[in-house]
Design a protein around this ligand. Structure first.
Ligand code: SF4
Ligand code: SF4
Length: 134
């Protein structure tokens, strides 16, 4: 993550993070979640995706909540304000192929940004979806 003019270890030949003017990976968190299998579990996801700045996606690594929220340590110049004490997840982030190369919504197998899109998916997946409240 990491703006990373400082992240030379991650990008030795290319100031890739320096060119990433939005510091994309510092503007959101991706939290792994259990693979939803039941109508009740998808109904729960429906509640989560109904909130502002919350997306849900599935890619080769599984299902995730994508929460768009600016890290409080991101400086105006794109540098990390706690670089020496930044969390491990930031230290271990690899920019070889990151969200600058392919935004999540383009690379994910499934991507839901709102109630309507997930509701439509569930209706196709479960014949009884619309009868779950009966
Ligand atoms: S999204 Fe990629 S290029 Fe942009 S700051 Fe993060 S690791 Fe660097
Ligand atoms: S702690 Fe630093 S590197 Fe980590 S997300 Fe925040 S600004 Fe980015």
């Amino acid at each position: 993550m990491l703006k990373l003019q400082d992240i030379t270890e991650a990008a030795p030949m290319d100031d890739k993070c320096g060119r990433c003017t939005q510091s994309i990976c510092c503007n959101s968190i991706n939290q792994s979640i259990d693979t939803p299998r039941s109508i009740a579990e998808f109904d729960h996801l429906l509640w989560q995706v109904s909130h502002e700045n919350v997306n849900i996606f599935k890619d080769a690594d599984g299902w995730f909540l994508n929460i768009l929220s600016l890290c409080q340590h991101l400086q105006n110049d794109g540098a990390c304000g706690i670089y020496e004490k930044r969390p491990f997840v930031c230290r271990e982030y690899d920019n070889d192929f990151c969200e600058l190369d392919e935004p999540i919504h383009e690379g994910a197998e499934l991507f839901f940004s709102d109630y309507e899109s997930l509701d439509e998916y569930c209706r196709k997946r479960y014949k009884t979806w619309d009868r779950r409240f009966d």
